[in-house]
Ligand binder design. Structure first.
Ligand code: PLP
Length: 489
């Protein structure tokens, strides 16, 4: 007799689900046994897996065995306490459970009617988070604005750029696309450049203004003002300014208040990207870094970075949701329904690029409810304290220098070259990075600031404790000793 496939059998889900949760819990218990940066060579998996999919079902245990033996070696362990690279991408029990529930319900919430709870919970949870960040009331959903969860900060900046572009073109005329100019510092994430490419902004009209150590790599309002004046004088149309709070290279903080005033007086859309550092602003002592957000048209922070919410969950708020909707809405017959037609509801499909969307607010809601504001504040403070501890360790070793003042939980530092030549310094630090990461005991990353190759140590993985920071520093010191010894030989 033919065996019928039952792809969603509740009892099988229970059995396999429990096994999978056990597997993941064991993974977290033993996570430090893995090299934090995967040590496999490119193409390693081709040799381990068959060329085509199986004709007949495999057993679940066999799949789990393959995950252990073949997949985990090719995983870089972002949740390892020894992970200090890029910026963190937090996981937590609450975030995980929310993600699990979202996968379980598996709704597609593009319009309110497709799952009213998905839209309404998203609006409520983003209002909660906006209040925790003390964002201006204009960003709350009760007025003309509101919040939306995007997949990433890159999508967030793209949708607001599109909204701003269309708003500007409505004002100055459709034919003026080639005159529209975007402004940001050269420390702004490359997501802005990609958004400009997609939005049809002419590449030569994307002004990435130089920021240097004199402003600690923040955008200078004077330079912005000069550049805008020059552009206006030749008939160009400034329409979009992107400021960053916590730049990707070095956590620079652009002066929002001063920049926002320029944006306003030139009728520009002002976007604030606080993808990483936004989380810290739930603490009263760090909230001042987003002072001036009152001037912004849109504000973005990634809850999936440093806010215990599993990837992906990028929170975006706008003051004028109609600008987003005007740029992004479509109204095909097959999606028409009473609630949307009567304009009684938010349809998030009109606030984003794709149509389909996941029930992502569940995980953020779980994080906020199961942890609460005070625990979240302590969590952020503990990482900032650990970063300060690392900064002190670096400062005590005269062979190293801290390159930029630490603001949040990132320390930018480097090993000083013995002969002081920049070429040697860059090569030396590159070699130090490779040596440290190839131990598998630590994973850090790098950047370049003013031509100098810099090492970045970003604290923010949920399991990191002081002993991990100390151990990482010991690896760095030992590898530095070995490298300096070699360079003297
Ligand atoms: N903006 C900043 C300041 C970032 O640091 C990053 C990533 O680290 C991004 C944007 C891009 O984030 P996403 O991967 O969510 O697009």
């Amino acid at each position: 007799m033919e065996k019928r496939l039952k792809p969603m059998d509740a009892e099988q889900l229970r059995e396999y689900g429990h096994k999978m949760v056990d597997f993941i819990a064991d993974y977290y218990k033993t996570i430090e046994n893995f090299p934090v940066l995967s040590q496999v060579e490119p193409g390693y998996l081709r040799n381990l897996l068959p060329d085509s999919a199986p004709n007949q079902p495999d057993s679940f245990q066999h799949v789990l065995d393959d995950i252990q033996a073949k997949i985990l070696p090719g995983v870089t362990h972002w949740q390892s306490p020894n992970y200090f690279a890029y910026y963190p991408s937090n996981s937590s029990v609450a975030g995980f459970l929310g993600e699990m529930l979202s996968a379980g319900l598996n709704i597609v919430g593009f319009s309110w009617i497709t799952s009213p709870a998905a839209t309404e919970l998203e609006m409520i949870v983003l209002d909660w988070l906006a209040k925790m960040l003390k964002l201006p009331e204009d960003f709350l959903s009760a007025g003309q604005g509101g919040g939306v969860i995007q997949g990433t900060a890159s999508e967030a900046v793209l949708v607001v750029l599109l909204a701003a572009r269309d708003k500007a073109l409505r004002r100055v005329g459709k034919g003026a696309l080639e005159k529209l100019v975007v402004y940001a510092s050269d420390q702004t994430h490359s997501a802005l450049q990609k958004a400009c490419q997609i939005a049809g902004i002419h590449p030569e009209n994307c002004r990435l203004l130089k920021a240097n150590s004199s402003t600690n790599y923040a955008l200078s309002p004077e330079l912005l003002s000069e550049t805008i004046s020059q552009d206006l004088a030749i008939g160009l149309i400034p329409f979009f300014l992107c400021a960053t709070v916590g730049t990707t290279s070095s956590t620079a903080v652009d002066p929002l208040l001063a920049l926002g005033k320029f944006a306003k007086s030139n009728e520009m859309w002002f976007h604030v990207d606080a993808a990483y550092a936004g989380s810290a602003c739930i603490c009263p002592e760090f909230r001042h870094y987003i002072d001036g957000v009152e001037e912004a048209d849109s504000f973005n922070m990634n809850a999936h970075k440093w806010f215990l919410t599993n990837f992906d969950c990028s929170a975006l708020w706008v003051k004028d949701r109609s600008a987003l909707v005007q740029a992004l809405s479509t109204n095909p017959e097959f999606l028409k329904n009473k609630a949307s037609q009567a304009n009684m509801v938010v349809d998030y499909k009109d606030w984003q690029i794709p149509l389909g969307r996941r029930f992502r607010s569940l995980k953020l809601w779980m994080v906020l409810r199961l942890y609460g504001l005070e625990n979240l504040q302590c969590y952020i403070r503990s990482h900032i304290k650990l970063a300060k501890h690392f900064e002190d360790l670096v400062a005590q070793d005269t062979r190293f220098e801290v390159v930029t003042p630490r603001i949040f939980s990132l320390v930018c530092f480097r090993l000083l070259p013995p002969s002081n030549g920049e070429y040697h310094g860059n090569k030396l630090n590159h070699e130090l990075l490779d040596a440290v990461n190839s131990t598998g005991n630590v994973f850090i990353s790098h950047t370049v600031l003013s031509g100098k190759y810099i090492l970045r140590f970003a604290v923010g993985a949920p399991l990191t404790e002081e002993k991990h920071v100390n151990a990482a520093w010991k690896v760095l010191q030992d590898k530095a000793t070995a490298l300096l010894g070699e360079s003297l030989r």
